[in-house]
Write a protein that binds this ligand. Structure first.
Ligand code: HMG
Ligand code: MG
Length: 302
């Protein structure tokens, strides 16, 4: 599959949510707020700040309301978003004035059962009231399709199954759909096959690739996406999300690594690598482990 490379890529920074949800050590609310502010200062315009999920299930993000309240309204040109799994989550998100919500489901029933305690079909029943609450507001609605390449319980996932869930999310009213290699098991070949199934049914402006870097394939997979014309990616500062105590787990495609790749290809993105590294560096003392991003750890070029 070939298309021309995009001129500009929109990055959704998911470190404060996808990154911090996996950290063992509780990160203080003020540090999360400072992290988001640092990411804004680095030029990131779309930032997933937290999750309005069950606080006993994801205690790391139980302070979502406090984080949003401390941040206040997003600066001009910046969107602050949060995950919502159901109506209750949407109520909590609207209370703090989020710009965007991400409703998450998956390509397999088994993963959904473990993650959100329902099947794929049941998740759409939960989604209906969320959509109804969004209508009439200017809140942007994102849908997520997890385990889009490999499911840790059901194995390899057929691209057609991912396309089916993506289409259902679009039909329900999603403005964008983020398709996730949740366990970081995709190779570029898998991403190519997935995109062949997705591109006929979703505009490139609405499609987001959400790559995890567990097996070191995320940059290569992002390049595969770029070559197919993909212009939106999720990424996490420093590659946050890997848990040093859980062998095999890893964070998202690191924002620094994506930015370095885009710079090399002459593709615009609006982020300042130096300021981004500073935002990531400030998190090290709070997560209490090294960051995994290769570009973060490499010396600055002369
Ligand atoms: P459930 O237990 O089925 O929900 O949880 P329920 O409706 O039966 O309610 C049970 C209790 O939870 C009730 O309280 C509700 O009020 C409360 P009680 O009456 O017993 O006192 N409750 C809530 N409280 C606060 N906020 C809420 C909420 N909802 C119910 N929103 C649920 C279902 C989905 C809520 C739960 O399983 C959950 O919170 N799961 C979170 C899973 C999660 O956050 N996973 C990580 C994010 S997904 C991800 O990382 C993948 C992604 O990055 C993409 C990729 O990589 O592929 C996005
Ligand atoms: Mg993820």
């Amino acid at each position: 599959m070939s298309a021309s490379l995009p001129d500009h890529v929109r990055i959704t920074e998911v470190g404060p949510r996808d990154g911090l949800q996996n950290e063992r050590r509780p990160v203080p609310t003020e540090a999360k707020v400072a992290f988001v502010r640092g990411l804004v200062a680095a030029g990131l315009e779309d930032i997933e700040v937290s999750s309005f999920v069950r606080p006993d299930v994801i205690p790391q993000l139980a302070d979502a309301t406090e984080v949003f309240r401390a941040l206040g309204p997003s600066p001009e040109g910046v969107a602050f978003s949060a995950l919502v799994p159901n109506q209750k989550g949407m109520e909590r998100a609207l209370e703090v004035g989020v710009d965007k919500v991400g409703f998450f489901t998956a390509a397999t029933d088994t993963f959904n059962g473990k993650n959100i305690n329902c099947t794929v079909d049941e998740s759409f029943d939960r989604f209906a009231p969320v959509v109804a609450m969004r209508d009439g507001t200017d809140v942007i609605l994102r849908g997520y399709v997890s385990v889009a390449v490999w499911c840790p319980y059901e194995g390899r996932v057929e691209p057609a199954a991912v396309a089916d869930v993506t289409k259902r999310l679009l039909d329900m009213g999603c403005d964008e759909v983020s398709v996730g290699d949740t366990i970081g098991a995709a190779t570029p070949a898998d991403i190519g096959r997935l995109l062949e199934a997705l591109l006929p049914i979703i505009d490139l402006d609405r499609l987001v690739l959400h790559l995890h870097d567990t097996r070191g394939m995320a940059v290569a997979s992002a390049l595969e996406g770029l070559k197919a014309g993909v212009r939106r990616f999720d990424a996490s500062a420093g590659g946050l999300g890997g848990c040093p105590f859980a062998p095999g787990s890893a964070g998202n495609l690191a924002t620094e690594d994506l930015v370095f790749l885009l710079d090399g290809l002459g593709i615009g993105h609006g982020a300042d690598l130096g300021k981004l590294k500073a935002a990531s560096a400030a998190m090290i003392e709070h997560v209490d482990h090294d960051l995994v991003s290769r570009v973060f750890n490499a010396p600055d070029l002369p």
